[in-house]
Ligand binder design. Structure first.
Ligand code: NAP
Length: 271
């Protein structure tokens, strides 16, 4: 049985532990606090604080600490231990080139799952090259669907797909409030909106064309839908959504640049 280690088994790391276990790996996971270690043990993995030992004992290493904690983590692991390992980082913003320089001799991938992994419906972007591609893909497929993308898509992915569940939750809340305002009990509105959302996603996928075609199919002249669409247009909902993803993506780039530069200064000695 191969060993997989998860360095930093927090929110996302715990999901990676579950993915590893479901794929039949022996899983060693690390954390600093008793709380993290207990949670990991509860999942069925071995829980330790020693990151170097976890790397030494594993073939596949997943890094899921917050990016700002990576320098401290990397300093606790002798560089020669990385040689020959397959490493997958889920840290936002830390570039492949930086990771390769810090972990010389390792085959490195970056993955960006989203919070829907809690219901095995993560939409995960993966980037990187190497013979372990299929193995990396199958790990993340156990948490949902995967997309292989070029690294320059990672910031907009972080905005659209990483923050997307927050944006959609906000839209759902608005729709529910509209129904409550029109006299529907909140529970009924909430539950039915979620079902409608799922149905609409399936319908759009099945349709394959442009979403406005599905929109136009339910838009009767002088009917109810066009009144609602007019209100959306007057309030600039579409412009707001475009701006939402654009500004979130810009922020992902800004934060990524800051953290990546800090890591390069601290670990590679670049000015
Ligand atoms: N949350 C998301 O939706 C999401 C989505 C995609 C990617 N990500 C990425 O996933 C990473 C983790 O995010 P998260 O939300 O899961 O954060 P989190 O819950 O804070 O988890 C980070 C974990 O790292 C552990 N840790 C920190 N320093 C450590 C060290 N030196 N040795 C061992 N363990 C250490 C912490 O353990 P203690 O608590 O015991 O100190 C904590 O459990 C981030 O890089 C983020 O960019 C997150």
């Amino acid at each position: 049985m191969e060993t997989l280690s998860v360095l930093g088994a927090g929110t996302i790391g715990s999901l990676l532990v579950k993915a590893g276990l479901s794929q039949g790996y022996r899983v060693v996971a690390t954390g600093r606090s008793e709380r993290t270690l207990l949670r990991v043990k509860g999942l069925g993995a071995e829980a330790i604080t020693d990151n170097a030992s976890a790397v030494m004992r594993s073939d596949l290493v997943m890094i899921s600490v917050k990016p700002q904690h990576f320098p401290e983590l990397a300093k606790s692991i002798p560089r020669e231990l990385w040689r020959g390992k397959t490493v997958i980082s889920v840290m936002a913003g830390v570039r492949l080139d930086t990771l390769r320089k810090v972990m010389g001799g390792a085959q490195v991938f970056r993955a960006m799952p989203n919070v829907n992994a809690v219901v095995n419906m993560s939409t995960t972007a993966i980037t990187g090259e190497g013979e372990a591609k299929e193995l990396v893909d199958s790990l993340f497929r156990s948490l949902g669907v995967t997309y292989w993308v070029s690294e320059d898509m990672m910031d907009v992915w972080t905005a659209l797909i990483g923050s997307g569940p927050a944006f959609i939750s906000e839209i759902v809340d608005g729709l529910v409030l509209g129904a409550v305002s029109s006299g529907m009990p909140r529970d009924l509105a909430y539950s039915s909106v979620l079902d409608m959302l799922k149905g609409t996603a399936e319908n759009l996928k099945n349709h394959k064309g442009h979403p406005v075609e599905v929109r136009d199919n339910v838009t009767t002249p002088a009917g109810t839908t066009i009144r609602g669409l007019k209100a959306m247009e007057e309030r600039g909902v579409k412009a707001a959504l475009i701006e939402t993803v654009e500004s979130s993506s810009r922020r992902a780039s800004e934060l990524g640049k800051l953290i990546d530069e800090r890591i390069r200064r601290e670990l590679i000695g670049e000015d």
